[in-house]
Ligand binder design. Structure first.
Ligand code: UD1
Ligand code: UDP
Length: 365
């Protein structure tokens, strides 16, 4: 069985890291699986890309397309064209795509027109906000996928409500669990403090990069005003995404109270999550990682795809409203006890094994 994996953005390297490790493990146990990796180049800085391949020992991409830093149409269109050429040549049994980025959609469209089966990892998530590029990417990808690997029961429910059984495809919905939990469990003991960083013993870990915040000066300014106030009491460590760095510089947003650092590799990030007081973020992945490490999360978005975290009281949504952010900060709980966090909410760390076995054998282990 041949799988072509399409990836290109930071969270996809982290997700694919666990699945690639499982493919190698099953191959060593004599399963007939080959993985061909296509890196679209959507993320290209060393600290947004290479570092994850090195740390997670992801096989070197077989193809690197170098398509990054472009508008949505240019990026997605150029990716479709290049991926199509590769798929015609490689003739895989499956194309595997992850999450909801432009690389995900491009891989899915190229495969579907060649009638190659698509496996979508992290299927079924919805924010119900069609202004988000991620929501458009994930809905369209789900619609043309053959196997939809859902990280949560909520994702399965979303697909059923959309009438997946009426889509007139043979699409299969599989509750696999979340591959990000596999990675968090695997790398916890390998985590390393970012070299040279001085942190207090109760710092706040923050990340911001979503278009809905960075591309709206009012929202971005309100978030940074709130962060600067918080930083008067408590250290705020912010590994800054290049998109946000560029825009904060252009808008001359004051960040001087904050501990701004370059994006870090996964081992450093796991250390930062594991040692912080709480997380403030608009990232999808980080909301769950906070939970995996029993850390409360304040989410700088108006909605989340990870609704079970809000229901469990582990995550509070504050949007980009300064008063709401400060209010949530004042009321933020201490770190949870490990036993307060349900280890099975996201599948218990076996998602990669379930996914690879399903593709290889056609049923869930
Ligand atoms: C993308 C995804 C988003 C995901 C995020 C993960 C889409 C539509 N968005 O957003 O869902 O949460 O990745 O981080 O696919 N840049 C660099 N160096 C890099 C990468 C990006 O300088 O290595 C800068 C460039 O100016 C680029 C901008 O960041 O134009 C935005 O990058 P892009 O990949 O378009 O979107 P992200 O905001 O990273
Ligand atoms: N991450 C990282 N270094 C950083 C910031 C984030 O390794 O400096 C990791 C984070 O722990 C998570 C993933 O990147 O595993 C999330 O990616 P991102 O926030 O870029 O995208 P999203 O999840 O919002 O799509």
């Amino acid at each position: 069985m041949k799988i072509v994996t399409i990836l290109g953005a930071r969270p996809q390297f982290i997700k694919a890291g666990s699945v690639s490790r499982e493919i190698l493990r099953q191959r060593e146990a004599s399963a007939d699986i080959t993985e061909v990796i296509v890196h679209t180049g959507q993320h290209y800085d060393a600290n947004m890309s290479d570092v994850f391949f090195e740390e997670m020992q992801i096989p070197k991409p077989d193809y690197f397309l170098g398509i990054g830093g472009k508008t949505h149409g240019a990026m997605t269109g150029q990716m479709i064209e290049k991926i199509e050429e590769i798929l015609v040549q490689e003739k895989p049994d499956w194309v595997m795509v992850y999450g909801d980025t432009n690389s995900t959609l491009a891989g899915a469209i190229a495969a579907s027109k060649l009638h190659i089966k698509i496996a979508h990892v992290e299927a079924g998530l919805r924010s119900f906000n069609m202004r988000m590029p991620e929501e458009v990417n994930r809905i369209l990808t789900d619609r043309i996928s053959s196997v939809l690997f859902c990280p949560t029961q909520a994702a399965v429910d979303n697909l059923n409500k959309e009438g997946i059984n009426n889509w007139q495809t043979d699409a299969k919905v599989v509750l696999s669990g979340d591959v990000m939990q596999d990675g968090a469990l695997f790398y916890k003991s390998l985590a390393e403090k970012p070299p040279g960083l001085v942190v207090s013993n109760n710092y706040v870990l923050c990340t911001i990069h979503r278009a809905e915040n960075t591309d709206d000066p009012k929202r971005l300014s309100a978030i940074f005003e709130a962060l600067n106030e918080i930083a008067e009491n408590q250290q705020v460590v912010l590994p800054l995404h290049p998109r946000t760095k560029k825009i904060t510089q252009e808008l001359q947003i004051n960040t001087q109270n904050l501990t701004i650092i370059e994006p870090v590799g996964y081992l450093n990030m796991v250390w930062l999550i594991d040692h912080c007081a709480f997380v403030m973020t608009d990232s999808g992945g980080l909301q769950k990682e906070a939970y995996f490490f029993a850390v409360p999360c304040i989410t700088l978005r108006d909605e989340t795809e990870w609704v079970e975290l809000v229901e469990a009281g582990a995550n509070v949504l504050v949007g980009a409203d300064k008063e709401k952010i400060l209010d949530a900060y004042q009321n933020a709980s201490n770190r949870f006890a490990n036993e307060d966090c349900d280890p099975n909410l996201y599948g218990g760390g076996q998602a990669s094994e379930r996914i690879v076995s399903f593709l290889n054998q056609g049923f869930l282990i």
